[in-house]
Structure formats: structure tokens, C-alpha cells
Ligand binder design. Structure first.
Ligand SMILES: Cc1ncc(COP(=O)(O)O)c(C=O)c1O
Length: 402
């Protein structure tokens, strides 16, 4: 029985074992297949494979064994029937929307989602007639009130980037299903190590593999986990014609990243909690956003949904009298860093600090930023594996000299 189908195996085991079968060479570490084409056993077999009537790899844009290993392992961790991977997290969202939506359909998202997601769904897809409503992340009744007869998809990101707002996955799944729509969850921040949206009713789990799944900031990757039918009938045709294929090398890197996901998430989240507690009482800090703090507005929901863990990302606002001073002070804190990285990625073992208002959310209008709560004094910290004292010392350098 393949590892990912064995009901007796635990997630820790699947994280290091789920993959396509070994080759006859018996490699212990999963093989990296760098090939763009496959030799077919016969013309008849090739015809059957291209028609989808027989299993077998045909062409690199359609599939690759290393890519399949990554997909099987991620599906096993998410508790999903199947997974399909893409070149980046954003192309996973594009594949999801191209597969599920057509002109005249309506999507509901939260207005505190990742900036590029807001741009893609709110602006780029609007050009093709897809309608969208952006509602409060945390107000379940606002999601319900936004439902229209043509609503096909609710898309939630929890916790959000960068404010770590948490939404109630089970409640949103009920709203979606009562409306005949689907719920998709961007599980990039919590990862399956902490949160498994499908067990809470979600139909699709979306990932930026660029983040914690890789875990060491090396490659771009994305994925959608869903039912086998949805993957085969709805998303695979988009991949075949759209070509947002995950490169085998990147798939191999992320596949190996999944092996340490659980222990990285636990260790990085422990440091994030300690840092959040320290920032909360720092005189230079106005506010800390971290679901692991009891002061977080959705703390209890986050603990229930995220395996009692706040995750490894927090954000905080520097104290300032107005927006100009706040931006200048946030820049001062970031420019004073010597150990940590000033970088917009997240999910790395190195701690990464960023100014969302001028980077990840820089393409939004000031009005969109304000409604999303992304202020000029906000700094996001994706906590890595450095010693907590060194992380605090590096942030304190700028914070204590404001
Ligand atoms: C929550 C979230 N979703 C999606 C993405 C997009 O992923 P990618 O950069 O791999 O396209 C990001 C990237 O920062 C993100 O933070």
C-alpha cells in the first residue's frame, strides 16, 4: 500500500515517507527527475495516456514523478484526497479561479488578505467579468451578508498577512455550503503542521510553498489540495493549457522541506510567542498583533483552530504621533538591523522583517491599506530559528533609539 494511503500511519511519518514508489535503484532520498519529456512504450499507450485513459507521464508541463511526490506528501499532511502544484502561490490562486469561475461569477474574500491576492481577484479578474466582494476578516455575519445568487467561492486566508487576523473556518464553510459555493483557505501562515482546514469543512486548501513548506527561502512553489475529482477535472486542465507548472527541482526542494515542517513550525512559533510577549511591553511599541497572545481579538478561536499555537509570524506598530513619523520610525527600526534580514519573504529559518505598507501591500491604494489595517508604522516579523535573545537585541537596537 502506498504510504499516503495507509490509514495507520501518523502525520509525522507521512511527512518523511509519502512519495511515489522508489525506482529500481533503491534510492533512500526521493529521486529528482530532471526531464521535460518521457519515452512512451508504444504509440497506442501514448494515445491512451494523452487521453487520460491510462496512468503514465507524458510531458513535463502535465506532470513529473518528483512533482507527484511533493503533491502526494502535501495532500497526506492536509488530509486531502489530492493535490496539484504550481510554480508559485499566486499561480495556485490563479489556477483555482480559472478552474472554478467564469464571467458573471462572484467571489467573497476578506479585505485584509495578502496584497497580491486582493489585486488578482479584485482587479485582474474583474477584467474578465469576475465579481468580488471584500468583507471583514473576522465578522462572520459580513461574509454571510455578502453572499449573492452568483457566489461560487469564499476565499479566506487565516491568519492573514501581515496582521494575523483569524477567521472561523467552520463558520465560513457552513456559509459557503448553504449558498451552494465552495470554501478555499490559504493555509500559508499556519501550514498543516498547525491547521488542517479540510477537517474544518474547507473544500480547497491553497499554499504558497515558497514559505514554510520550503522553510529555508530557496524556491518558489504553490499548491491546491482538494478532492481527486476537483483536481483531475477542474484544475489539471488549467495546468495543461495554462502551464503554471512547478519545476521538478523546486518540487524536490519543497518535498524535502516538508520533512522538517512540524519541528520548524513548533520551534519558530515558540520564539514568535516569546518575541510577541517582549514587544508587548516595549516602550517603543504601540501594538503587537500575534494570535498566541491573549490580547489578540481572536485568540481563543486561533488556539482552537491552530493546534493551540500562534504560528511564527507577528507584526507590531511602532509608537508615533502621525503616519509620516510612523513610517520614518519603522524604517529606522528596519535600517538598524544587523543580524536579522530586511526581506519581504516569510517562512525562512532566518528571521525576516518587512514594512508591509511599502512592500507586500505597496500596490494597494492608501484607502485599501487603511481598511486592511496596514499602517505606515507596521513591521512584520517572520520569526526564524536564531536565539531569541539575538532576535530581541537586533530589534531593540532601533526601537530603543527612536
Ligand atoms: C498569505 C500568502 N498567500 C499567497 C502568497 C503568494 O505566494 P507566492 O509568493 O509563492 O506567489 C503569499 C506571499 O507572500 C502570502 O503571504
Amino acid at each position: 500500500m502506498p504510504f499516503d494511503k495507509d490509514p495507520d500511519l501518523h502525520r509525522d511519518t507521512l511527512a518523511v515517507r509519502a512519495a511515489v514508489p522508489r525506482t529500481p535503484y533503491g534510492e533512500n532520498s526521493e529521486a529528482l527527475f530532471l526531464t521535460s519529456g518521457y519515452v512512451q512504450p508504444s504509440a497506442e499507450a501514448a494515445a491512451r495516456r494523452f487521453a487520460g485513459d491510462e496512468d503514465g507521464y507524458t510531458y513535463g508541463r502535465y506532470g513529473n514523478p518528483t512533482v507527484s511526490s511533493f503533491e502526494q506528501r502535501l495532500a497526506a499532511l492536509e488530509g486531502a484526497e489530492a493535490c496539484i502544484s504550481t510554480a508559485s502561490g499566486m499561480s495556485a490562486i490563479l489556477m483555482m479561479c480559472m478552474g472554478l469561475l467564469q464571467s458573471g461569477d462572484h467571489v467573497i474574500c476578506s479585505h485584509s488578505m495578502f496584497g497580491s491576492t486582493i489585486k488578482l481577484i479584485g482587479s485582474d479578474l474583474a477584467k474578465f467579468g469576475v465579481q468580488s466582494s471584500f468583507v471583514s476578516q473576522t465578522d462572520v455575519s459580513a461574509w454571510a451578508a455578502a453572499v449573492k445568487p452568483n457566489t461560487k467561492l469564499l476565499f479566506a486566508e487565516t491568519p492573514t498577512n501581515p496582521l494575523t487576523d483569524v477567521c472561523d473556518i467552520r463558520a465560513l464553510a457552513d456559509i459557503a455550503h448553504n449558498a451552494g459555493a465552495l470554501l478555499a483557505v490559504d493555509n500559508c501562515f499556519a501550514t498543516p503542521a498547525l491547521q488542517r482546514p479540510m477537517a474544518l469543512g474547507a473544500d480547497i486548501v491553497m499554499h504558497s510553498g515558497t514559505k514554510y513548506l520550503d522553510g529555508q527561502g530557496r524556491v518558489m512553489a504553490g499548491a491546491l489540495c482538494a478532492s481527486q475529482e476537483m483536481v483531475t477535472k477542474t484544475f489539471l486542465p488549467v495546468l495543461k493549457s495554462g502551464g503554471m507548472t512547478l519545476a521538478p527541482f523546486n518540487a524536490w526542494v519543497v518535498l524535502k522541506g516538508l520533512e522538517t515542517l512540524e519541528i520548524r513550525m513548533q520551534a519558530q512559533s515558540a520564539r514568535a510567542l516569546a518575541l510577541a510577549q517582549w514587544l508587548q511591553v516595549h516602550p517603543g511599541v504601540a501594538r503587537v498583533h500575534y494570535p498566541g497572545l491573549s490580547s489578540h481579538p481572536q485568540h481563543e478561536l486561533a488556539m482552537a483552530q491552530q493546534s493551540n499555537c500562534g504560528g511564527a509570524v507577528l507584526s507590531f506598530e511602532v509608537k508615533a504621533s502621525d503616519a509620516d513619523q510612523a513610517r520614518q520610525r519603522a524604517f529606522h527600526v528596519l535600517d538598524s538591523l544587523k543580524t536579522l534580514s530586511l526581506s519581504t519573504n516569510l517562512g525562512d529559518t532566518k528571521t525576516l522583517c518587512a514594512h508591509p505598507a511599502s512592500t507586500s501591500h505597496g500596490r494597494l491604494t492608501e484607502a485599501q491599506r487603511q481598511i486592511a489595517g496596514v499602517s505606515q508604522g507596521l513591521i512584520r516579523v517572520a520569526v526564524g530559528l536564531e536565539h531569541i535573545t539575538d532576535i530581541q537585541t537586533d530589534l531593540d537596537r532601533g526601537l530603543s533609539s527612536l
